[in-house]
Design a protein. Structure first.
Length: 277
């Protein structure tokens, strides 16, 4: 029985067929195609593949693709990410503007360390309360230390012959960009190994920390009569309001050179003239 079916199928595949297009009224033949079973099967397969290819192209390169299951979810996710990126850039620009305003106020002596504005990485928070009151012993110790520090700083003139030993280096490294008042570069760039320790040049209070748009941190420390600025930090180890001693760790450097500025009475100082690098 199976052999008869195979024989019949093979005979059908080899048999010739004629497909004609006739006029129903006059029976005039306009078109005819002669096909065997094999050629008819191949023709149908080719037509099916061409139709499938055309259908796929139409879906992929026309707005119809947005109606495919799952495709709109990817587009929606991309839009959400782009909107988040735009919002982040806008917030970063606002934080940068606030950062410049705070630094300007700190350098000019208009902002006290106990009432300084603090910015976190996402929004601007105006501090409504003073820093927590310290114990009497701590207050007395800080007052004595700052008085001693002021006496030493008054004895030496920073702009002339300040002993370099009175300032700690902010970090160990090589100066790759020097101070230039003419070019308005009010600091120096130190090339350091990654994750190098950044230290306080004098005793003071951390008054400002900001997360920058380039995924780094910046920090401002207010000393008795100086302001030190540290930028391009990969990690900070202090918080706003923390009191630090000279030589204590503040942060770690990143892949970029450490940017350091030193200010006194609203004037930028050349760190190379007062600090031994």
């Amino acid at each position: 029985m199976d052999e008869k079916k195979k024989t019949g199928l093979a005979r059908w595949m080899r048999k010739k067929y004629r497909f004609s297009v006739l006029d129903e009224m006059t029976l005039t033949e306009y078109l005819h195609i002669r096909l065997s079973g094999w050629s008819a099967l191949v023709t149908v397969a080719v037509l099916f593949l061409l139709t499938l290819l055309l259908f796929s192209l139409v879906i992929l390169y026309t707005p119809i693709r947005h109606y495919l299951p799952g495709y709109s979810e990817d587009i929606r996710q991309q839009l959400v990410e782009e909107n988040a990126r735009i919002d982040s850039l806008g917030m970063s620009m606002e934080l940068q503007r606030q950062y410049l305003n705070v630094v300007k106020q700190v350098v000019a002596g208009e902002v006290h360390s106990d009432t300084v504005q603090s910015l976190d990485s996402m929004q601007i928070i105006m501090r409504e309360e003073l820093l927590e009151a310290k114990s009497a012993a701590t207050q007395e110790f800080i007052a004595q230390y700052e008085a001693k520090e002021r006496d030493m700083l008054q004895f030496f003139d920073v702009t002339n012959n300040t002993p370099m030993a009175s300032f700690f280096r902010p970090a160990n490294g090589v100066i790759v960009q020097s101070f230039s008042d003419k070019e308005k570069q009010y600091g120096i760039a130190l090339q350091t190994p990654e994750n190098e320790n950044v230290t306080a040049i004098l005793a003071g209070t951390v008054v400002y920390i900001n997360y920058e748009i380039d995924n780094s941190y910046s920090m401002v420390v207010q000393h008795s009569s100086y302001i030190s600025v540290y930028r391009a930090l990969s990690k900070v180890m202090r918080s706003v309001g923390d009191n630090v001693q000279a030589g204590e760790s503040l942060a770690l450097t990143g892949k970029k050179p450490l940017w350091f500025e030193l200010w006194q009475n609203g004037q930028a100082l050349n760190p190379e003239k007062v600090i031994a690098f």
